[in-house]
Design a protein around this ligand. Structure first.
Ligand SMILES: N[C@@H](CCC(=O)N[C@@H](CS)C(=O)NCC(=O)O)C(=O)O
Length: 217
C-alpha cells in the first residue's frame, strides 16, 4: 500500500512533508484536505487525526500527525542511504536536530500562525510590532545556530532544515529576513537552490501568499 500524505499545498507544515517526500523520492499518494471547506473536521479525518491538522501521514494502518514527527519517521524508515545524513543515529546529533525541530514549532511556526490568523480575521492588515519582534527573535536565534554549523543542526542537511525551510519561507513573506542575519540569509539562499525546495515548496508558498493576504485590501 503506498504512503498517503494528507495535505493542503498552502500549509507550511504540509510543504515540509512534501519536501521530504520529494527529497527521498518517495512513492506516495497526496490527498488534498480543504481546510476552508472543513474537510479536516469530518468524523473520518478526526479518526485519523484528532488534532484536525494537516499534514497527516498514513502508512498502512499507522497514522501520524505533525510534520516534524512525520519527517523524522520518513527519514528513519524510508531514507535509505540518506537516513544517516538526514537523521543520524548519534545521540547528540539527533538530540540537536530534535531541539531545532522543537525550536521551529515554538519560535518560527508558532510565531507565524497568530499573524496568519489575525490577517485572515481582518483584525490587522499587516503584522504588528509584537508579531515582528517575535519572529525577529526567532530569526536571531536561528542565525546564532547557523554561526555554529553550516546547516541548522550540523554541517550537512538534516531533517531540521526541511522543517525550517518550510517555516522560514512562509514567515518571511510577512516579516522579511533582515540582512543583518547574514548566516540565516546565506542558509536560506542555499536552501532555495535545492530542487526539492523548488518543486515541493515554491508552488504551495505562492498559494500561501495569496491566501494569507486574501483579506487585505
Ligand atoms: N505542528 C503542526 C502544525 C499543523 C497545523 O497547525 N496545520 C494547520 C495548517 S498550516 C492546520 O491544519 N490547521 C487546521 C486546524 O488546526 O484545525 C505540524 O507541524 O504539523
Amino acid at each position: 500500500m503506498p504512503l498517503k500524505i494528507y495535505k493542503m499545498d498552502a500549509s507550511p507544515p504540509a510543504r515540509a512533508v512534501l519536501m521530504m517526500a520529494e527529497l527521498l523520492e518517495l512513492r506516495h499518494e497526496a490527498v488534498d484536505v480543504n481546510l476552508m471547506a472543513g474537510e479536516h473536521l469530518t468524523p473520518d479525518y478526526l479518526k485519523k487525526n484528532p488534532q484536525h491538522t494537516v499534514p497527516v501521514l498514513e502508512d498502512g494502518d499507522f497514522y501520524l500527525a505533525d510534520s516534524h514527527a512525520i519527517n523524522t519517521y520518513l527519514a528513519s524508515k524510508y531514507g535509505g542511504p540518506l537516513s544517516a545524513q538526514l537523521y543520524p543515529a548519534d545521540y547528540q546529533v539527533r538530540a540537536t536536530i530534535n531541539s531545532r525541530l522543537f525550536f521551529d514549532i515554538s519560535a518560527i511556526q508558532g510565531a507565524t500562525s497568530p499573524i496568519v490568523g489575525a490577517l485572515l480575521s481582518g483584525a490587522i492588515t499587516s503584522p504588528t510590532k509584537e508579531h515582528i519582534d517575535k519572529l525577529n527573535s526567532g530569526y536571531e536565534i536561528l542565525d546564532k545556530y547557523l554561526q555554529k554549523t553550516k546547516f541548522a543542526a550540523a554541517d550537512h542537511l538534516t531533517v531540521a532544515d526541511i522543517s525550517l525551510a518550510a517555516s522560514v519561507s512562509s514567515a518571511s513573506i510577512m516579516v522579511p529576513i533582515d540582512e543583518k542575519y547574514s548566516k540565516l540569509t546565506a542558509w536560506f539562499n542555499t536552501i532555495q537552490q535545492e530542487d526539492w525546495y523548488k518543486k515541493a515548496n515554491v508552488p504551495g508558498l505562492e498559494a500561501y501568499k495569496a491566501f494569507v493576504f486574501s483579506r487585505v485590501k
